[in-house]
Design a protein around this ligand. Structure first.
Ligand code: AMP
Ligand code: GLY
Length: 423
């Protein structure tokens, strides 16, 4: 098969690394890709939202399968674009159609879905510029901290958690009236605060059947001890030690099953990954959010633990016979540590040469914001590289990743030295 991956992060390098291991993959392209994917596949200079450009490329190379990494093209309907085009409709697209991608594209849509299907989640109400006053009144009925969520995609920045009522009211106004997050905050979901520990559950579905992948936990804050600004994720481990078998049975019965049957009942066509952000409150799972793609850096620990041929799984998803696949998981733990540009998630410099990659042993450096320039690998983003390792325990895996990170260098490199500290 000839396969195209859309995206350019550590997630997409991990997909590429896994897909080239499949005997079914004859040729792999990544658009736009990074320095890591350039080593194992062919990078194509195409924007993931340039549907016409993607169409021309898919036809010229007779691509059989498109694996969509990030959410944007899904929320904008890339899968529907393929299905609605007579020349493209035979191509297997891994990722949900637009109607289902709204589970990530609209927080309000996701909350309505969760309520409609009796899936445990925080109580909420949503507001727009016409009823800001009602929003203030709702805030007054809640206890702090106050959780405000921009309805639309806001590059991971659209959630505010505030301790002060007056500040919450003024932020609500700035989101709804002053368009703090542009059109993404034209609606705002205000939610009950849930106190617990977070984890992520990843599910593959063909719209009818589902398979559960290993759990993972990521570390979103920039600073040690989970302090400072939110990032895309600074590290991850899999499996999650506190997700006991008993807890996970609840997740499957109360969350996964009603999610998949809810997609069917609501006629939301879905062939791809469902990323369920969970919080464990006491012993009960509650859904914080849905994403309609894999997580990054969670992919860098989940896919290496999957023993199956990923292309075979994707074929089964396309043909809606995922029930025929038996998922096999490596019993070892995996950990990944993200190396980032100094200053991230705020302003940072790019173009710094990354050295030492050839000296890495026993770990896999997945490239994220890294690119080839004049034969050198240089930084091109905030999150630069994810160092993944296996171990008997997640502590062993983390140790190996740190040993290898010490062999790498780029100017103003930063990473958290406490991944796993809370477990
Ligand atoms: P989201 O984009 O909805 O995943 O929210 C981003 C982050 O905000 C989550 O990963 C949580 O850490 C936090 N968060 C979101 N909703 C809640 C909630 N209802 N209670 C507590 N924390 C929350
Ligand atoms: N690591 C969180 C995400 O991919 O959204």
């Amino acid at each position: 098969m000839t396969i195209l991956i859309l995206g350019s992060g550590g997630r997409e390098h991990t997909f590429a690394w896994k897909i080239v291991q499949s005997p079914l993959c004859k040729q792999l392209y990544v658009a736009p890709g990074n320095s890591g994917t350039a080593e194992i596949a062919e990078n194509i200079n195409l924007n993931v939202l340039d549907f016409q450009g993607i169409k021309a490329f898919v036809l010229s190379k007779q691509i059989d399968m498109v694996v969509v990494g990030p959410e944007d093209p899904l929320v904008q309907g890339i899968h529907d674009f393929f299905l609605n085009d007579i020349a493209l409709k035979h191509v297997a697209v891994i990722g949900p159609q637009k109607a289902a991608a709204a589970l990530e594209g609209s927080k309000e849509f996701a909350k309505e879905f969760l309520y409609r299907h009796n899936i445990p989640t925080a109580a909420y109400q949503s507001f727009d510029a016409t009823n800001v006053e009602k929003g203030y009144a709702f805030l007054e009925t809640l206890n702090p901290p106050y959780v405000l969520k921009a309805d639309g995609l806001a590059a991971g920045k659209g959630v505010l958690i505030l301790n002060d009522l007056e500040e919450a009211k003024s932020e609500l106004k700035s989101m709804l009236v002053d368009a703090k997050f542009g059109n993404a905050s034209a609606k705002v979901v205000i939610e009950e605060f849930l106190d617990g520990i977070e984890l992520s559950c990843f599910v593959l579905t063909d719209g009818k059947h589902y398979k559960i992948l290993p759990t993972a936990k990521d570390y979103k804050r920039i600073g040690e001890g989970d302090t400072g600004l939110n990032t895309g994720g600074m590290g991850a481990i899999s499996p999650v030690p506190f997700a006991t078998e008993e807890f996970f049975r609840k997740v499957e019965d109360q969350v996964v099953k009603p999610t998949i049957s809810g997609l069917q009942k609501d006629n939301l066509p879905y062939k791809g990954f469902v990323f369920i952000g969970l919080i464990k409150v006491g012993d009960e799972p509650k859904v914080i959010e849905y994403n309609v793609r894999m997580g990054d850096p969670e992919t860098e620990v989940v896919l290496p633990r999957l023993k199956n041929d990923l292309v075979k799984i994707f074929q089964a998803i396309h043909e809606r016979r995922l029930d025929e696949i038996e998922i096999q998981i490596d019993e070892r733990a995996a950990a990944t540590i993200m190396m980032v540009s100094g200053g991230y998630p705020e302003a940072y410099e790019k173009g710094k040469e990354i050295t030492g990659l050839k000296t890495v042993t026993e770990s896999i450096p997945f490239h994220a914001g890294a690119t080839l320039r004049d034969g050198k690998i240089v930084t091109s983003g905030g999150r630069v590289m994810a160092m993944t390792s296996f171990g008997e325990t997640f502590q062993d895996a983390i140790k190996k990743s740190y040993q290898n990170i010490e062999k790498l260098h780029f100017d103003k490199m930063y990473y958290r030295k406490d991944i796993g500290f809370d477990l």
